[in-house]
Design a protein around this ligand. Structure first.
Ligand SMILES: Nc1ncnc2c1ncn2[C@@H]1O[C@H](COP(=O)(O)OP(=O)(O)OP(=O)(O)O)[C@@H](O)[C@H]1O
Ligand SMILES: C[C@H](N)[C@H](N)CCCCCC(=O)O
Ligand SMILES: [Mg+2]
Length: 215
């Protein structure tokens, strides 16, 4: 916690590894310190029609963990109905996801809060349009990246691939989180130690598996 910067981007080893869960947890911790906190989900895919409007579960959770109220179009500039890769959802909707639009929204949020937590979509190289990815978005926002590692078989490779791309692009890392998403994972401690050795740092946060969180 104390090692984290005030504004940062939460990426992950994959979709479904706990980016929202970790973002919410960190936002709650910052809010408990008396800081003004807001969450942002620039691109969401997977929305439901509820209470007369399209709603995304990640956006709902991030808003619930925020203690600053902001226009929905700043918190979530792009939202698509099907829970699929964002560039495909955008193309189907006839929308061109523009990093400039997201950047302008982020700049507004950054003036309103002490802490802005920006959650990606899927992993680091998920495309947003025909030429740009989540990694390009992180660079456009000039934010440090927090890597959520969903602790399951395969995560070592995914974590190291992600760390390598972050380094290649000179994206500043602000640590990683070990999120235990698989209670059946074999050799969890050995996997954790391998990640610590390969990423050359301990996790800033280790989240145990919470049975109540599974859908
Ligand atoms: N530590 C945990 N223990 C138990 N369940 C967890 C844990 N972390 C996440 N989950 C569950 O795993 C699922 C995926 O988590 P989450 O939505 O946070 O992932 P994500 O990386 O944000 O996914 P997306 O790519 O869709 O944004 C959710 O049902 C969540 O409640
Ligand atoms: C719908 C899902 N929950 C995420 N929001 C989007 C995940 C995109 C993953 C694309 C991919 O890596 O193949
Ligand atoms: Mg999420």
């Amino acid at each position: 916690m104390q090692t984290l910067p005030r504004h940062f981007f939460v990426t992950g080893t994959d979709t479904g590894v706990g980016k929202t869960t970790v973002s919410v947890r960190l936002m709650q911790a910052f809010a408990a310190q008396g800081l003004k906190v807001i969450g942002m989900k620039p691109v969401a895919s997977g929305c439901e029609w509820l209470d007369g409007q399209w709603q995304n579960e990640d956006v709902r959770q991030l808003i619930a963990a925020s203690n600053v109220v902001a226009p929905p179009e700043w918190i979530n500039p792009y939202c698509f109905e099907p829970p699929i890769a964002p560039h495909i959802a955008a193309a189907e909707a006839g929308v061109d996801i523009q990093l400039e639009v997201i950047e302008a929204a982020y700049r507004q949020l950054a003036t309103m809060a002490d802490v802005v937590v920006v959650e990606g979509a899927g992993g680091l190289l998920v495309p947003l349009n025909s030429t740009q990815t989540i990694a390009d978005l992180i660079q456009a926002l000039a934010l440090p990246a927090l890597l959520v590692v969903g602790m399951r078989l395969g995560c070592i490779n995914h974590a190291l691939l992600t760390a390598e791309v972050l380094a290649q692009r000179n994206i500043e890392g602000c640590g990683w989180v070990a999120n235990s998403i698989d209670p059946q994972m074999s050799r969890p401690d050995e996997n954790l130690q391998t990640l610590i050795a390969c990423l050359q740092q301990p996790p800033v946060l280790t989240l145990p598996y919470q049975a109540a969180r599974t859908p």
